[in-house]
Ligand binder design. Structure first.
Ligand code: RIB
Length: 334
């Protein structure tokens, strides 16, 4: 049987100690002469030595892993977001570990604690209901993390926000510009922070146009295709002529519900969505929506986090990303 090459073999061939080899191979050998460093690298190549991952980690205390917590990996919004994360992480030689936690706060707490114990280098947290004490604990332990999307911002760490309030206003203004004055909004009860902002934007736009909000225009359901589908009857009964669905998944659920009632979009109901996931272009009629820069959100979150890992003492970074309206075929004037 072929014997595995060990660090001792490298040290023997380079005529130095195991500690010296370990420090040099872990990029901590600045104090050694260039001759010693060369000898160690030559011996490593000659013997084909590859340091054991866990042993190396014990010296570095770095795993080059980042943990990403999202609510729902099934939603194309989060798949695209994760692709943005991967794109940067891969380039920088970091491994992202992805967790889809649903609305389960216990799971979030468990993952956070367990992943700290397993030495991840930082967290991207896009989930709601984060325990403030746990976040404070992350800060005390100098564990880098970034809050975005559904997470409520605490201004104690790096954060990215998207212009959700403006997005809500834009969506509602657009429906009003098309002559609609009975405008519903479909969203989850006890929404996450970012979705509440969209609701606020909707309310502000109605008020700015002297439209009196009516309670039955606010339709609560879970944030999913199924959620949209399940409130079809309620939307019909409310008598609205247009709906702002706070994400595209809700809109597609309504598409199915309306089709099953032999009702047409946009003739019987105008719909505007939110996110601009890729299938907006592939449904009939193509969905008009508010675009979030989803891929860039993932990229930017990862860049900020890796910068923080590299330089824990830099000032806290806050970024705001813009939204825009993508006009397609699901809204018609009345
Ligand atoms: O589609 C998922 C929705 O939840 C998005 O709008 C995103 O912002 C998240 O909060």
């Amino acid at each position: 049987m072929v014997r595995k090459v060990t660090i001792k073999d490298v040290a023997a061939l380079a005529q130095t100690s195991v500690t010296t080899v370990s420090l040099i191979l872990n990029h901590k050998g600045q104090r050694f002469s260039s001759e010693t460093i060369d000898r160690v690298h030559k011996a490593q190549v000659e013997l084909g030595y590859s340091p054991d991952y866990f042993a190396q980690n014990m010296v570095n205390k770095k795993t080059r892993t980042i943990a990403v917590l999202v609510p729902d990996i099934n939603n194309p919004f989060f798949s695209e977001f994760i692709q943005g994360i991967e794109e940067v992480a891969y380039r920088e030689n970091f491994i992202p570990l992805i967790y889809s936690v649903g609305a389960n706060n216990q799971k979030v707490d468990y993952y956070l604690k367990e992943l700290i114990r397993r030495n991840v280098d930082g967290f991207i947290l896009a989930v709601s209901g984060l325990d403030i004490n746990l976040l404070a604990q992350l800060s005390t332990q100098q564990m880098p993390y970034i809050l975005l999307d559904q997470s409520e911002k605490q201004h104690q760490s790096d954060e990215i926000t998207v212009q959700d309030l403006m997005g809500g206003q834009m969506a509602t203004d657009y429906l009003i510009e098309h002559g609609h004055r009975k405008i519903g909004i479909v969203l989850p009860a006890n929404s996450a922070w970012n979705i509440d902002q969209r609701l606020l934007g909707y309310r502000e736009a109605l008020a700015a146009h002297d439209i009196n909000f009516q309670d039955d225009w606010l339709i609560n359901t879970e944030l999913s295709k199924k959620g949209g589908y399940q409130v079809t009857n309620q939307v019909i009964a409310s008598g609205v002529t247009a709906v702002f669905a706070v994400n595209d998944e809700l809109a597609i659920g309504l598409y199915r519900g309306f089709a099953e009632h032999q009702l047409n979009i946009p003739e019987n109901l105008s719909i505007i969505g939110y996110d601009n996931v890729d299938w907006c272009e592939y449904v009939t009629p193509k969905l008009t929506t508010i675009k979030q820069p989803i891929f860039e959100l993932g990229q930017e979150a990862t860049r900020l986090l890796l910068d923080r890992i590299a330089d824990p003492d830099k000032p806290i970074q806050q970024r705001i990303l813009a939204v825009s309206l993508i006009e397609r075929d699901s809204v018609q004037p009345i």
